[in-house]
Design a protein around this ligand. Structure first.
Ligand code: MN
Length: 432
């Protein structure tokens, strides 16, 4: 599938669509009044309804098996099928939706039954997430935050050997658009000897990419580094909402707990490994003096093309800005090339002790900040722990998030000679 850049679709809104041109075809779960939750594929400003497509006999063989699994109210079975059926379905979809498709008239006759306007649909979590793990592979974030907490020793000695992570809470994952309620908790005020209890005063976001597990492994049977990328079904945006005052008090010695588990938002569309193939890159060279990854984490091919080149953006829209008709303000522009470990290394490390990973498990990469101002993926970094306020075009300032603030994450892949694709959005408004 190397010559996709010239393809155009008879779904005219797909051509030049910033997120969902024919070259993307991400999977998701949607509903609309009168229609149950079901799987679909984003193309332009429509959702291709896989149940309707199956009823119309548009698929057979392997692609039919994949379409049936992807048409359900959660995509776990589809993810569990692995890469080859997913690729077969993608090839069929590319043919059906191509502007020269022989089936074009038949499909067009199905109208909005087959191609549902996205604006009429509600999106849902794409899969049942058995387990959610949040990594910490954004090295600049680890450095920036480490400096705030430990100025003399920002990066702990394990960082360059171990892809650091903690087990997150799957039950509080929510889809883009779900309001986020400010959490209560224990915090230790500066200079105080004992903690107080109340609403978090230092509520923050984290700009992350979500990684959807495809085929899992049996307990006790690790996934080798050379096979690991085959186990990844796709990617989304992830906002790991963080209550920094709760976090600072609770995080030692076992890591984040209630400061993170009140909400984690994800974008609804699963951008497949296939759609991202043209945007693979070599894993950036480690600075001289850094150790090589241990053997079980090292694979030539993974080093050559296991990284991803995805532009990531955070925007903020306050209630006042919305009222005054002011556009969301960009807070950061970063990139997945800021990852110290590849997604394959994350999968391999996670399973190396025999831990069982399952289709529909979700990993967060960790906050993906760049090294410079304008590239920081959290307010904690932008304001240096609340020292400086961020100025907004409405004249308002922010050190941390306030009631009515909406955080919007976006992602986009661009490369010379390729049609750009996007991830859609991951949004959330702070309540209270
Ligand atoms: Mn995080």
């Amino acid at each position: 599938m190397s010559s996709l850049e010239h393809l155009r679709s008879w779904v005219t809104s797909a051509n030049e669509h910033p997120d969902f041109p024919l070259q993307n075809l991400p999977f998701g779960v949607f509903s609309r009044p009168g229609l149950d939750k079901r799987g679909g594929v984003a193309v332009g400003d429509c959702i291709f309804d896989l149940q309707v497509a199956i009823e119309a006999n548009l698929f057979d063989g392997t692609s039919r098996v994949a379409a049936e699994a992807a048409s359900r109210g959660q995509l776990n079975d589809f993810f569990a099928l692995g890469a080859s059926p997913r690729q077969a379905l993608r090839r069929e979809l590319l043919k059906l939706l191509d502007e020269n498709s022989p089936q074009r008239e038949r499909l067009q006759a199905l109208g909005e039954t087959l191609l549902v306007p996205m604006r009429d649909c509600q999106m849902h979590l794409p899969a049942h997430v058995g387990d959610y793990t949040d990594f910490y592979v954004g090295i600049h974030h680890a450095m920036n935050v480490g400096k705030l907490f430990r100025p003399d020793n920002p990066l702990l000695p394990n960082y360059k050997y171990v892809p650091i992570a903690y087990h997150g809470r799957a039950s509080t994952l929510c889809v883009s658009g779900t309001p986020v309620k400010r959490p209560n908790g224990q915090t230790l005020a500066p200079g105080a000897d004992v903690p107080g209890f109340g609403p978090s005063k230092r509520l923050d976001y984290e700009l992350e990419v979500g990684v959807w597990m495809g085929q899992g492994n049996e307990a006790g049977e690790p996934i080798g580094i050379a096979d690991a990328s085959e186990h990844i079904a796709g990617f989304c945006l992830l906002n790991d909402w963080s209550a920094r005052d709760l976090q600072a008090w609770e995080y030692q010695p076992l890591g984040p707990f209630l400061s993170k588990s009140f909400a984690t938002s994800i974008s609804p569309w699963v951008v497949t490994a296939e759609a991202l193939a043209p945007f693979r890159a070599a894993q950036p060279k480690r600075p001289s003096g850094d150790p090589q990854p241990l053997d079980y984490l090292f694979d030539e091919q993974d080093q050559k093309q296991g990284a991803l080149d995805i532009e990531l953006e955070v925007l903020l829209l306050t209630a006042q800005m919305k009222e005054q008709g002011i556009a969301p303000q960009r807070l950061a522009l970063s990139n997945t090339l800021n990852m110290y470990w590849t997604v394959a290394q994350m999968v391999t490390h996670h399973s190396v002790n025999g831990c069982k990973l399952q289709a529909g498990d979700l990993f967060g990469t960790g906050t993906l900040s760049g090294p410079q101002a304008g590239q920081f993926g959290s307010l904690l970094e932008m304001t240096e722990g609340g020292k400086h306020a961020v100025e907004l075009p409405s004249g308002e300032t922010r050190k941390f998030l306030e009631a009515g603030d909406e955080v919007i994450l976006k992602a986009r892949c661009r490369r010379e000679g390729q049609v750009a694709i996007g991830f859609g959005e991951c949004r959330g408004v702070i309540v209270g």
